[in-house]
Structure formats: structure tokens, C-alpha cells
Design a protein around this ligand. Structure first.
Ligand code: G6P
Length: 606
């Protein structure tokens, strides 16, 4: 949570910082602020989204070549200008931005209160005063000393008027990347703010402190020993992070799916052998044979993608697979061992719960691997292998294309394991052929966006919805319901169709529409019966049905047809109408679909 951007070099800092904050707005948007060092420090902050800050800055002189900026997702202290970052120490000489949580901030604040004047309720301000306390002319040393007193997590950048040509950055648990330019450096919570300027980056690791001047970058550990780090190249480009004429990122990202799906599977399968080869798995054949259990760890949308993966691993590879919500797993007493393979599935690669759960699994001796979108993210680097899903930058808070690509990668992994045991070459080839047809079938669904919009507008004033699916479409129902909640703030529940009668059916009434996935698979007849139960209670029905299914039209006029595919792959198609339904509902209700209230895309706190 929270986004950090900083710049030091020859250019004017403030446009780079504001542009960078816009890229990081997905990390939180309760308030934002910027501080520029030019002899003195000039700081401007504002409540709300980056637009408010940009508006406030317009008529101010903010010239200077060194600066730090922050967009906040509130944890300690309410949403107010006084709690917005950057935070000063007492004498306005030192200023910092911080992402993370200082757990012992109360204790430290009590210690500092007698000599320091606090103005905000934040844990971050404690850090500013603590660094000030230790400052004796060397900012890097003061930061290092202060951090030795701190319990918690941080990604931070600090600057001081007495060392006007320097930034000091440090990381423990909250990501920081340094972009390397020509006598200039960019620092940010991820690479997106620097992609327009440089592709050369250094990923700071936990326990590292960077001292940065325009001419020089030095990295130390917390014992002040110098560390050599490699400069790495990132392959995402700036253009991928643009809206390309779409009104917002979410719609663009929904429409990205056919293309990025191909990016996910390209070069990772073998049609002749009917198998997949994901080299990042990093396991020998013997090690693969030794796996008796797979655990898929994830949060939010990624956990629904993981549920699709469960069906794939169990059906194709016959390996018992569990989906575990990471925040629960980390505090449970998980049964994992040397024969357990644990995948952390995450778009951002930074979700604190998923990271902590993976560490717990590793401590217990399991193999840990990542299925991750953001290149160089913490989970990508902490796991002992895994696969990037190649969805490209996903900037809308509500995840869409990352979900589809996570599922795509799990199909490939399941096939790779399956071909070692129960999946025949013919089944493998059939699955790959079906996977290769998915992008054009996605296009057919996307062309129905206007029809889905009409249905969304018809139901937009309903206060409650049900989403029903069975078998492989249970995760689809859950994801459709989550999307609607996240971006339109409309209440919805998702259930397996057969479970309705055990309680939730009591809720049904003519103003409680039911969105059901009734595609032609082995549970089609069962689902139809469940829909009859719904109709008997006079609840309106919206259907996702397979092309050519005339029965669907007899049930309701609100049918969205999808092309047929292999049952196992259905979620890849069936989720898209639900993404579009949530999207159009939110737009018709006037919501900010890219930045829904109370949410953040990357949740780096517990
Ligand atoms: C947040 C986001 C969700 C996302 C979840 C997991 O809650 O708002 O959209 O699904 O985190 O994120 P990850 O980056 O681990 O996939």
C-alpha cells in the first residue's frame, strides 16, 4: 500500500514525480504529496486523488532537481492533509516518504515526545523524528541508526537540506526499485514511474539502504557494509501502460485479454508431445514425481484463479490440490512437507499475506514457487522458481487480465505434471488445441459488450444479486460477484448452484436477480434445475449460456452466449461477460471504476 516516487538528477523533479504518482495511484489514493529540495524544502500535499494535488501545484513555483512524493492508503491516522506524506522532522530540514507500518511507533513516539513536536497521527512521522534525533551531518548514517530501532516494515526515501544533493532510500518488506539513468536516478515502489526514462533498474532487497547522488549510487546493509548489486533490464514498456483510447484502464485491461493470453502461453507448450514446459518450475522429474499435494496460496481475485487451477491439477495430474486464502494459511497449522508444492499466485507479487504464507510453507520444507505478474517483485524473487504470467501492467484496481493469465499458467503447469502420470498425449494435445482457440473466442465475447451494457443498465438499480455456477464455474460465479462488489458497491453473493437450496434461497424475491452460468457441460442439467428453483421464486435470471442453446432463451431474454470450449477451460471465457457486467453496472452508477473506494491494488500490509 502507498506509492513512493523520488527523483534526483538534472531534470525538473516535480513533473516526473506527479507523473510517477499517477502510475502508482493504484497503490492508494486517500491523499498525496510532494516535496522538492532547492536550498529549502517546499512541500505540497492534498487529500484525495493525484488530480487534486496536480491542481494545487499548478500555480506554485516548485522548481528543483531533487524531490520525493507519495500517494497514501491510510493505515495509522485518518485521511487528512496533516497525515499526508511527505512528513517533516521538527525543523523542516528533513523530510521523508514511507510505505509500510512501524509497529513500535507508540513506544518510539513516547520516547521522542519530550524533545520533538509531533503534528500528525502517523507512524511515519515518528520515523522522521527518529532520523532527526540521530542526524549528525550524515543522512545515510542517521537513517541506518534509526532503522535499527524500528520494528515493522518500510520502504522509505529521505532528504535533508544540509546534504542538498542526496537521497537516502531503504527497504524492509515494502518494495523499492531504483531506475538508473545518465547522472540521474529514479526511485519508486515499482518500475512503472520510470519506464518512460529508463529500463535499467536495481531492485532493493530487504535490509538495504541506498545513498544516492546524481553521480553515484551506493548500497549498504544495515551494518553499513557496502553491497554490490546487479543492474537488471525490465521489458515492460511505457506504451503498455497507456489507455489507448479506452475511457479507463479496467475496460482496456478486459480487452487486453485475448492478446496477453497468447503472451502467457507462447513458447511454453509442445504440441507434438501434448505437454507444457515451464522451465521456471525448477524441479527434476524425480522431484515432480515426489509431489503428493499442491497448495495454491492467494488473496482476492488471485484466489479465484487458484480455484480454477485446483480443477486443472486434480483432473489432469491427479494431485490433491488445496486453495488456501493466504491470510488464513499463515496463522493456521498447515500440513505441508517435502512432498508438497506450494504456488504463491499474485498479480503484484507484493501481497503481504501471500508473502508471509509462502515463507511459512518454506519454513516447513515445501517447494515454493511463484505465479506472478510484476517482474522483479518480492514474491517473484523470494520463491525458488515459478513463472511470470505476462499480463503486462495491470493498473485498474479490480483485476481482470491477470486472473485469466494466472489460470492459463496453471493449466500449463497441470498439463506438465499430468503428462508425467495420468494425462495421455491425445488429451494433452486436445487441451493445447483448445487453449490456442481461447483468444479468438474471447474476442467473440468482447464484441457483445453493448448487449451486456444493456442488461447491466436494466438491472442497475437492484440492490442485491446472486451469482451461481457449478463445477468449474463456481470460481467464475465468485469472481463475478467480487467484481460487482468491488467496482459498483452493489451487494452480491456467490454460491455453487446446488448449495442454494440449503439456505440462501430464502433471500430470493422478484427484486433479487440471479446471474447464472449455465454452459453446456456435464453439470448442465443440474444447473438448469437450480435455475428452475430460482424462477419458481420469481427472481429474474441472467444467463451465460453456450452458443446455440435455445433453451436458455426460453428461460430469460437476458442471455449472453459464449462459444463452446473444453469444460475445464470454460472459466477462461465465462468470466469475461461477468467482468463486463460489473464494469457496465459501475459505469452506469457513476462509479470510478479504476479506483474504487476503500481498495488498493497492492496490499502490502496485513
Ligand atoms: C487486493 C486487490 C485485489 C487483488 C488482491 C490480491 O485486494 O484489490 O484486486 O486480487 O489484492 O492481489 P495480488 O497482487 O496478490 O494478486
Amino acid at each position: 500500500m502507498c506509492g513512493i516516487v523520488a527523483y534526483i538528477g538534472k531534470k525538473q523533479a516535480s513533473p516526473i514525480l506527479i507523473g510517477g504518482l499517477r502510475r502508482l495511484e493504484y497503490r492508494g489514493y486517500d491523499s498525496a504529496g510532494v516535496a522538492i529540495l532547492d536550498k529549502n524544502i517546499k512541500r505540497i500535499r492534498s487529500v484525495g486523488k493525484i488530480d487534486n494535488l496536480a491542481e494545487k501545484i499548478k500555480n506554485q513555483d516548485l522548481s528543483g532537481n531533487i524531490g520525493i512524493a507519495h500517494t497514501r492508503w491510510a493505515t495509522h491516522g485518518g485521511v487528512s492533509e496533516v497525515n499526508a506524506h511527505p512528513h517533516f522532522s521538527c525543523d523542516d530540514d528533513l523530510v521523508i516518504v514511507h510505505n509500510g507500518i512501524i509497529e513500535n511507533y507508540r513506544e518510539l513516539k513516547n520516547e521522542l515526545l519530550t524533545e520533538h513536536n509531533f503534528v500528525s497521527e502517523t507512524d511515519t512521522e515518528v520515523l522522521a523524528h527518529l532520523i532527526e534525533k540521530y542526524y549528525q551531518g550524515n543522512l545515510k548514517e542517521a537513517v541506518t541508526e534509526a532503522l535499527s530501532r524500528v520494528r515493522g516494515t518500510y520502504g522509505l526515501v529521505a532528504m535533508h537540506t544540509k546534504e542538498p544533493n542526496k537521497l537516502v532510500a531503504a527497504r524492509l518488506g515494502s518494495p523499492l526499485v531504483i531506475g538508473v539513468g545518465d547522472k540521474e536516478y529514479y526511485i519508486a515502489s515499482d518500475t512503472s514511474p520510470m519506464l518512460a526514462y529508463t529500463k535499467n533498474v536495481i531492485f532493493l532487497d530487504d535490509g538495504e539502504v541506498a545513498e544516492i547522488t546524481p553521480e553515484n549510487l551506493q548500497i549498504f546493509n544495515l551494518q553499513s557494509e557496502a553491497i554490490n548489486k546487479n543492474v537488471e533490464q525490465v521489458d515492460w514498456d511505457e506504451a503498455q501502460a497507456q489507455k489507448f483510447g479506452f475511457p479507463n484502464f479496467m475496460l482496456k485491461e478486459i480487452y487486453d485479454q485475448p492478446i496477453v493470453f497468447q503472451d502467457a502461453i507462447r513458447g511454453r507448450y509442445d504440441l507434438d508431445g501434448g505437454t507444457a514446459h515451464l522451465g521456471g518450475l525448477n524441479m527434476t522429474i524425480d522431484e515432480m514425481h515426489s509431489i503428493k499435494k499442491i497448495i495454491l496460496l492467494a488473496c482476492g481475485t488471485a484466489s479465484y484463479a487458484a480455484m480454477i487451477g485446483k480443477y486443472a491439477f486434480e483432473r489432469l495430474a491427479g494431485i490433491s490440490t488445496e486453495v488456501e486464502i493466504a491470510s488464513e494459511f499463515r496463522y493456521s497449522d498447515p500440513i505441508v512437507g517435502r512432498d508438497t508444492l506450494v504456488f504463491g499466485i499474485t498479480q503484484s507479487g507484493e501481497t503481504a499475506d501471500t508473502l508471509a504464507a509462502l515463507r511459512e510453507a518454506k519454513r516447513k520444507g515445501a517447494y515454493i514457487r511463484g505465479i506472478v505478474n510484476v517482474v522483479g517483485s518480492t514474491i517473484a524473487r523470494e520463491t525458488d522458481g515459478g513463472t511470470y504470467i505476462h499480463a503486462g501492467p495491470e493498473l485498474a484496481v479490480a483485476s481482470t487480465k491477470a486472473y485469466t493469465n494466472m489460470a492459463a499458467i496453471m493449466f500449463l503447469y497441470a498439463l506438465q505434471f499430468g503428462r508425467l502420470n495420468r494425462t495421455s498425449v491425445a488429451t494433452g494435445q486436445r487441451l493445447l488445441a483448445a487453449l490456442l482457440e481461447i483468444p479468438e473466442k474471447m474476442e467473440i465475447i468482447l464484441k457483445q459488450s453493448d448487449k451486456i451494457k444493456t442488461i447491466a443498465e436494466k438491472y442497475k438499480d437492484n440492490k442485491n444479486f446472486f451469482f451461481l455456477g457449478r463445477g468449474v464455474n463456481v470460481p467464475v460465479a465468485l469472481e463475478g460477484s467480487l467484481k460487482l462488489k468491488e467496482i459498483s458497491y452493489v451487494h452480491s453473493e456467490a454460491y455453487p448452484g446446488g448449495e442454494m437450496k440449503h439456505g440462501p434461497i430464502a433471500l430470493l424475491s422478484p427484486d433479487f436477480p440471479v446471474f447464472a452460468i449455465m454452459t453446456k457441460n456435464q453439470l448442465y442439467e443440474k444447473m438448469r434445475s437450480n435455475i428452475e428453483e430460482v424462477r419458481a421464486r420469481k427472481a429474474p435470471v441472467i444467463l451465460v449460456a453456450t452458443e446455440g442453446d435455445e433453451m436458455a432463451k426460453k428461460i430469460t431474454e437476458d442471455v449472453i452466449y459464449v462459444p463452446p470450449t473444453m469444460e475445464l477451460l470454460e472459466p477462461l471465457l465465462n468470466t469475461i461477460p461477468l467482468q463486463l457486467f460489473a464494469y457496465h453496472t459501475a459505469v452506469s452508477l457513476g462509479r470510478d471504476v479504476d479506483r474504487p473506494r476503500n481498495l488498493a491494488k497492492s496490499v502490502t500490509v496485513e
